[in-house]
Design a protein around this ligand. Sequence first.
Ligand code: M6R
Length: 604
Amino acid sequence: MCGIVGVVGNRNATDILMQGLEKLEYRGYDSAGIYVINKPESGRLIKSVGRIADLRAKIGIDVAGSTGIGHTRWATHGQATEANAHPHTSATGRFVLVHNGVIENYLQIKEEYLAGHTLKGETDTEIAVHLIGQFVEDGLSVLEAFKKALHIIEGSYAFALVDSQNPDTIYVAKNKSPLLIGLGDGYNMVCSDAMAMIRETNQFMEIHDKELVVLTKDNVEVTDYDGNAVEREAYTAELDLSDIGKGTYPYYMLKEIDEQPTVMRKLISTYADDKGNITVDPAIVKSVQEADRIYILAAGTSYNAGFASKSMIETLTDTPVELGIASEWGYNMPLLSKKPMFILLSQSGETADSRQVLVKANAMGIPSLTITNVPGSTLSREATYTMLLHAGPEIAVASTKAYTAQIAALAFLSKAVGEANGKKEALEFDLVHELSIVAQSIEASLSEREVIEKKVANLLATSRNAFYIGRGNDYYVAMEASLKLKEISYIQCEGFAAGELKHGTISLIEDGTPVLALISSSETVAAHTRGNIQEVAARGANVLTVVEEGLDKEGDDIVVNQVHPYLASISMVIPTQLIAYYASLQRGLDVDKPRNLAKAVTVE
Ligand code: M6R
């Protein structure tokens, strides 16, 4: 993961780098550093273990310059120490480099090219900058040395390199890791994410894999690694500075949970016209129609959203749906149907595991659709088609509004395909109306937050383990609810099919074990789940019920407004998001930045 920011030709380089790093902190937050320089040989390198705030505390007014690079790290090679924090320097200290990604052949490079080099840390990045420095020592120009290194280095990377003898230039290259150029007035920038540059500019330029960019204050020169010029248009980002602020919220996660009714309405206005007709791109609809099987590939919460949508897609389109964990399918692609269609679900559009699958699908000529929140993201660029989630930037590491937006977007796609297929279920399903009801149901659940906060204090304050149980779609919601809880509260939690518990796992239930039961399906299914609740209660479990209105009974803890069954996963997940939020808050944890995690997982 990690985040990179760089600027050339702006006297406020330090401020730009620090502001940028604060916006990139979601990408990694175990250590950080900046290098700023004004004139040759005057550079300052400051690094710190911990958060960006720790780095800021080390930066005095003397750390100034017009060119600089910065980095926030999520450790892959070597622990979170100052020596391993970026930027890294070459043997003589002349070259300074930041890197996001994993250099797969770094040990081989060390053995083959860097005999006699002493390294300060254990990172693959340090080897890359030593390699470039060595090639310059051997007589190559900086550009030639960088190119030669790029031909040798294997793996994923986004690089920004500064030569302290010529601080008017930043050398940039990327392969499989995100990186973007920001165009300023009299200065230019480079960054992992547009969000971190939006305060300075809304003009951006993409960099594609295996392209090299020479960036000066008023020039952007893009070439391939053989030096052939590449023409690239700039584009205007739709992002707004206010979209990325926390406002009056204590945490982004709470803000993003609260935004979900608005996101549902935004999706309605995007994917339906005033008369309620679905406006999903006909080319996408046709491509799905032609498939004999839909394969949804994703990771984490996005994977759970795929499961939560499976039966709705199958019912509305009449096409079987298979789910795949992207990190597994990248290397173990199962036997596929004759006419597969791949749907890549990804909030960030940058998940390396999902991209690995997409690269394979493209090589096999399989049509693909990326459903993502980030326009212009790698998965969006590389898939045949894209549908956007329009959820606004999701900054908390724990994904919330992207999950619900993914299910809603899949509902629009399924209805469009089902209608085109003449499926009765699709024709009769008034999605626009039903999704408006979902938005209201979410609002009703959000207004119950204080009740939920109290219930959480009673149930989860000190527990180490917990279970979510449910049947059918509730089971899939249980998977997501448990991921959310463990991710930010560090409570070990499993989402379980309620009926499966008695086949082994029930042996883990003891006095006081929290079991959170989800009930939204039919009366019969609900009755079975209630039976399972009795079984765990009889063994001492401390049970909390989240039940859809109409199936509720006296004594239930949280009652969720009834919505159309296709969309119940959206309304049922809301209390579980709040449960995770309050559990984390009550334990005094950093809700938005849980330990060991990062928002965009751009390494395999
Ligand atoms: O950006 P993506 O949707 O591809 O990310 C996939 C997962 O890394 C992500 O959903 C992760 O599980 C979240 N942190 C969960 O809250």
